[in-house]
Design a protein around this ligand. Sequence first.
Ligand SMILES: Cc1cc2nc3c(=O)[nH]c(=O)nc-3n(C[C@H](O)[C@H](O)[C@H](O)COP(=O)(O)O)c2cc1C
Length: 188
Amino acid sequence: MTASINEHIEARRAKRALSTEPVSQKEVELLIQAAHLAPSCFNNQPWRFVVIDDPQILQAVKETMPKGNYWTAPAPVIIAVTSQRDLDCTLSDHRDYVLFGCGMAVGNLMIQATQLDLVAHPIAGYNPVGVKEILGIPEDYTLITLIIVGRPGDASQLSDQHREIELGPRDRKPLSEVMARNRYAFSG
Ligand SMILES: Cc1cc2nc3c(=O)[nH]c(=O)nc-3n(C[C@H](O)[C@H](O)[C@H](O)COP(=O)(O)O)c2cc1C
């Protein structure tokens, strides 16, 4: 077999065109199980997921979105990822591993979603104070991301800019800008 990129890693995109079609509880459970299989420092498992599928709570969360995240409106499920620094390793040289651990869990979740033909798109653009209040997340916890979950929809509902990204090629820096051999050799 020739070496190749994992097909679900290759296929995953931060899709914005969503349908309102429901996502089953079983599918959501598989997403969370995949996330929970991620490695973590000392096996601390620092991730905490709040699955939002109640229509009223979903609506309240969506109302906090800035204009640019208008495309989240049809999503039948949103998963809030939250944690707190003390739930994971904190080493003396400012290495706080909580975001790293939660990021790996979200990575697993996205790949699992791709395998299930679901969209799982993490966002940073939301009102963290408002969403934490709606969900009852303690003040000293960080709301790291909201993962917008749904089934792929019609790109005609997107803005021109988002439609172009949705249907366009993957945008990545050349490997030479992010990988060096044996010595740090980057200009920026
Ligand atoms: C932490 C994080 C925050 C993001 N926030 C937003 C967001 O608020 N709105 C949005 O439309 N996309 C958001 N994205 C999606 C990125 O724009 C997208 O992943 C990136 O452009 C690369 O595209 P690709 O995932 O399709 O390869 C976010 C992605 C990550 C990982």
